[in-house]
Write a protein that binds this ligand. Structure first.
Ligand code: PMP
Length: 413
């Protein structure tokens, strides 16, 4: 259907019955398989790379050119404005940590307890306000307005989740940014779950920074992005004080670079950056098709699971656009057993747990409770959706086909 292809489709996956090649990957929210275009780009770099920004030889020049072209490509993908910069990081966690490092002194940070731990925890505790888990988009906006109304701080940063990693719900980003702007607060978008599924446009969204990870964007591990306004980044001390970040070093004084180099100390992960750029190019060119594919499959999956007796679909905001996630519990079965049965009997990959969002799960799943998350993406097909629904229905109606024992390390068949 004109969808970009991923490399995972010919995997051989062992199950208790047989080895299957039609692996049903419902774990895109954790990590995505590489796009074919990404694997090819990474392979090209692997065959001819040299030192980035550090060598005069041919391979070094070529790699430096690729690396900076990758930065420009990512800038285009995020709709970077004049004066914005793209810094390559290790992942979203690292990108948000970098921004936390760059906050002017006593910046007040506002974040919802529903945020992923990577977006909840890096900020200085003394100056961070945590808003409770909202129960609707309007509630999220009202909570923010309330917090900003009684804030005297000179610098403020609102941490917004683009799409929730537990529920897949898309947050009311435009409305939240409008409120933040009304009070002169800046915004950062945690786009780890948003970027793979929705167009990201700094200009149009009006957020000051955006952070995302390559490994959730059909590119390899180990590279991520922080993109946005330069002023706080250029005014802060280097994140990684090292080679590449320095302009000049004398016995008494170190002069640091400005721009992305300031925070990219050490030899960068050029393969990762070039791979992300390849993913950006491919996803950017197929947005409408990807959204249509995912929306259709999501509707089918959600309806199919919700129709099964004893299945509870977990939501926080309710009635929101969704990036392709259905998180659920099955009455009478531990979520870890459900995911084990799906993997062992049907080669279906889901994730169970609390998804690095403990406060959110406490609020919407239940205190200390876990759930099963099915997150779809480019490697998901209609057959996969039907297989998952059928497997859950069969589990509810007939129980597991094998006997499973719970051990210290989880369930085993
Ligand atoms: N934010 C969200 C919404 C996420 O889903 C994740 C990954 N689960 C992260 C941040 C952290 O991403 P990473 O592990 O790649 O740093």
């Amino acid at each position: 259907a004109g969808l970009p292809r991923t490399v995972s489709d010919d995997l051989g996956v062992p199950t208790v019955h047989r080895t299957v090649t039609d692996y049903a990957n419902f774990d895109h929210g954790a990590t995505t398989p590489a796009l074919v275009a990404v694997a090819e780009a990474a392979e090209r770099v692997q065959r001819r790379y040299g030192s980035v920004h550090r060598g005069a030889g041919y391979a070094s020049r070529v790699t430096t050119g690729w690396f900076e072209a990758a930065r420009a490509q990512v800038g285009q993908f995020v709709g970077a404005r004049d004066g914005d910069q793209v810094v390559f990081t290790r992942n979203t966690t690292d990108a948000l940590r970098l921004l936390a490092h760059c906050l002017p002194r006593r910046t007040r940070v506002i974040a919802w307890e529903s945020a992923h731990h990577a977006a909840l925890l890096p900020w200085p505790a003394r100056t961070t306000t945590r808003l409770p888990v909202p129960d609707s988009a309007d509630d999220a906006v009202a909570l923010l307005r309330g917090a900003l109304q009684d804030s005297p701080a000179r610098h403020q940063l609102v941490v917004i989740t683009g799409a929730c990693n537990v529920t897949g719900e898309v947050w009311p980003v435009a409305e939240l940014v409008a409120v933040a702007k009304e009070f002169g607060a800046r915004t950062v978008l945690d786009a780890a779950q948003y970027a793979p599924h929705r167009e990201l446009d700094l200009e149009q969204l009006g957020v000051d920074w955006v952070a995302f990870s390559g490994h959730k964007l059909y590119a390899p591990y180990g590279a991520g992005v922080l993109a946005g306004r330069s002023d706080w980044l250029d005014a802060a001390s280097p994140y990684l004080p090292a080679g590449g970040a320095t302009a000049a070093v004398t016995p008494r004084h170190t002069q640091w670079q400005t721009g992305p180099a300031r925070h990219e100390g050490g030899t960068p992960n050029a393969v990762g950056a070039i791979a992300i750029a390849a993913a950006c190019a491919t996803l950017g060119a197929h947005r409408a098709t990807i959204e249509a594919h995912e929306e259709q499959l999501h509707g089918r999956l959600r309806a199919g699971l919700a129709a099964i007796d004893g299945v509870r679909v977990i939501e926080a905001l309710g009635d929101r656009p969704n990036v392709g996630v259905v998180t659920f519990t099955v009455e009478g079965y531990e979520p870890s057993l459900v995911s084990q049965v799906l993997a062992d009997e049907q080669a279906i990959a889901v994730r169970d747990g609390r998804f690095c969002a403990h406060l959110l799960c406490d609020a919407i799943v239940g205190p200390g409770q876990t759930a099963v998350r099915a997150s779809l993406g480019l490697a998901t097909t209609g057959e996969h959706v039907d297989r998952l629904i059928t497997a859950v229905r069969r589990l509810v109606e007939d129980g597991p086909q094998l006997s499973y024992v719970h051990t210290e390390t989880g369930w085993s068949a």
